[in-house]
Structure formats: C-alpha cells, structure tokens
Design a protein around this ligand. Structure first.
Ligand code: NAP
Length: 315
C-alpha cells in the first residue's frame, strides 16, 4: 500500500459486519477499503460449522462463509487489504487511520473490529497457551486426537466447541461454575447424549499445571470449597469475549465493558464514524445480526456522505 491513501469509506475489520458493510458500500459505488485485522473473516471464520446463518440449510463452514462474503463484496468493487489499524485520529477531517503498512485518510469509517476471547485469568494460562491451552477448537482440536480435553464455559460457544472436539479427543469434560447452562437446549441435549462427554458442575478451574505442556488442572467446587485435580492434555476456554475497542478509548463513547455506543443508525458520537457487529453489540453476537448491523452502517455512511457532498456543493 502506498502511504497516505484517501478513501470515502474505510472499514476496520473483516468479520460478517465488516464484509457486509463492504458489500453495501461497494454497491453504493463508494469503493470501500476493508482492513482485515488479524483474522480474515473475524471470529466466525474460526467456527467449524455455522448452522444458523439463513440460506444454508446444511450449515456452512465459518471460513467458507467469510470467503463468500469477501468474494461478493469484491465483485462490486470493495478492496480487502491484509492490514491492521493501530491508531485513529478523529480530531480533524478527513479522519486519519495509521496501520501496520502506512496511513489512510477517510471521509467515513465503519468500525467492525469485533471481540477477542476472555481469559480465565488463572496461573500459567498465558504460559501454557499453545501448549495445551486454546481458545479455538477449529484451530487446535486436531492436536488432541485420542487425548483427554477439558472445556470451560456454559454458553453456546462452550457446547458447540466441546461437541466439535469430540471428533478428535478420547473424552471431553465440560466444567461449568454453576449447575445451569446458558447454551441453547438443542446443543445441551446433543452434548448430554454424547458418549464422549462428561460434566463437572459448580466448579471452577483455579490453576493450570505444567511446564512445557499442560498436564493437569486444579479445580475447586464453589459450593463445598473442595479442591481436586484433573489430569488433562488440553484446556479449551469459552467464557465470553471482550470488545476490541482499546484503540478508540477516549475518542468514542463506550459502555463500561468497552462496547462502542451506537444509536439505531449505527452512528457513534463522532459524525461519519459508525460501528457494527460485536464491537457494538454485547447482546446478540450472531453472524446474521452482525451482518445486518454492517449493512445498516454502510447504508447510513452512504447517506452521511451524500449529505456532506450536498452541503459542500451548496457552500
Ligand atoms: P456466553 O453466552 O456469555 O457464555 C459464557 C459462559 O462462560 C457462561 O456460561 C458463563 O457462566 C461462563 N463464564 C464467564 N466467565 C467465567 C469465568 N471467569 N469462569 C468460569 N466461567 C465463566 O458466551 P458465548 O458462549 O461465547 O456466547 C456469546 C454469544 O454468542 C451468545 O449470545 C451466544 O448465544 C452466541 N453464540 C451462538 C452460537 C450459536 O447460536 N450456535 C454459537 C456460539 C455463540 P455463567 O453462565 O455462570 O455466567
């Protein structure tokens, strides 16, 4: 990329929100540029099979869906750059975005930087990540062929990913801090009926043990305070996400948890800056809702740019 490139619409992030925004902005002939961020396709691309995106009755691979989104947006003139935004300057227009490879100026920006997995914050978690501890079953499940795996969490992600890991592992033990799950009933039933799955309830993991690789986990029953140890080759953690909004701190209004605040038009408090997908949605976090938010943000960005142009031509 050449330095100081100017675009009408710059989209930060290439998950379902970003690529849907790109499709709509491209069809409005705004030649949007998408900066992919670390993960092309966002978190959805790390999901093995997506069964609830309309139009795919047999389900669709997360990475495959991302590629289809990208292909469709590019067919109408969107450009997808493998680049990462590091800093934004909203103090003057056009807005400035500094990336790994240079600098962009943009008349409008759509932020769809998504979210990252929450850490358990237990001793040795960081040290043993990639050495038995993982946050992505699609990426790492294969390494646990015929091995014992523990999954932590009680939501849809934990259940979906635990079921995926049963393809490889000899056993999958799901550990949850309560005795009720947030996961949908279909997933719960599937998991409870699966012969490789076991459950340990009312229990938290307090420490990961191992030096070069994970060997065991220390557990504590939150009702009886009883402590125990479970031997395991793998620990997969699915306990929610934190929004990737650090770059916008002090620059855009956010919730206490760091989600960017938007109104029903996906507008942030900065004119011409929109947010869509999980960065602005602590509630639904579905591929289809993120895609919808991305489309809405692009429609509104188009209106904003038209109004700007009309104002300038009258001046
Ligand atoms: P989630 O629904 O927020 O569930 C997080 C789980 O982790 C909860 O069970 C929570 O326990 C547990 N947890 C949180 N912090 C913990 C900690 N420090 N230690 C131990 N456990 C902890 O997150 P998610 O499963 O990632 O799902 C996020 C959203 O995406 C949801 O809206 C979900 O429906 C959606 N999603 C949908 C699908 C699908 O439709 N197929 C697939 C994946 C995700 P508590 O229950 O006690 O709070």
């Amino acid at each position: 990329m050449s330095d100081n490139k100017h675009v009408k619409v710059l989209i930060l992030g290439s998950g379902p929100a970003g690529l849907s925004a790109a499709l709509y902005a491209a069809r409005a002939e705004l030649a949007p540029v998408v900066l992919t961020g670390m993960q092309l396709g966002g978190q959805a691309a790390l999901t093995h099979t997506i069964e609830n995106y309309p139009g795919f009755p047999e389900g669709v691979g997360g990475a495959q869906l991302g590629e289809l989104f990208q292909k469709q947006a590019e067919a109408f003139g969107a450009k997808v750059e493998f680049d990462l935004a590091n800093a934004v300057d909203f103090s003057q227009r056009p807005y400035k975005v500094t990336t790994d490879s240079g600098e962009y100026t943009a008349d409008s920006i759509i932020i769809s930087t998504g979210a990252s997995p929450t850490l358990l914050k237990i001793p040795n978690e960081v040290e043993l990540t990639g050495k038995g501890i993982s946050y992505c079953a699609t990426c790492d499940g294969w390494f646990f062929k015929d091995k014992k795996v523990v999954v932590v969490g009680g939501g849809d992600s934990a259940f979906e990913e635990a079921l995926f890991i049963t393809r490889y592992a000899s056993s999958v033990t799901l550990i949850h801090r309560r005795d009720e799950f947030r996961a949908g009933q279909i997933l719960q039933n599937r998991a409870k009926e699966h012969p490789k799955m076991n459950f340990i309830l009312n229990t938290v993991v307090t420490e990961a043990v191992g030096t070069d690789k994970l060997e065991s986990l220390k557990l504590k029953n939150v009702i009886t305070n009883e402590e125990s140890t479970i031997e395991t080759d793998g620990l997969f953690i699915f306990i929610g996400h934190v929004p990737n909004s650090q770059m916008f701190k002090g620059k855009l209004e956010m919730s206490e948890l760091g989600y960017i605040k938007v109104n029903d038009k996906m507008e942030t408090n900065m004119p011409g800056v929109f947010a869509a997908g999980e960065i602005a949605d602590p509630t639904f976090r579905q591929v289809v809702t993120s895609a919808g938010m991305g489309a809405a943000a692009a429609i509104q960005a188009t209106r904003y740019l038209e109004e700007q142009e009309a104002t300038h031509s009258q001046a």
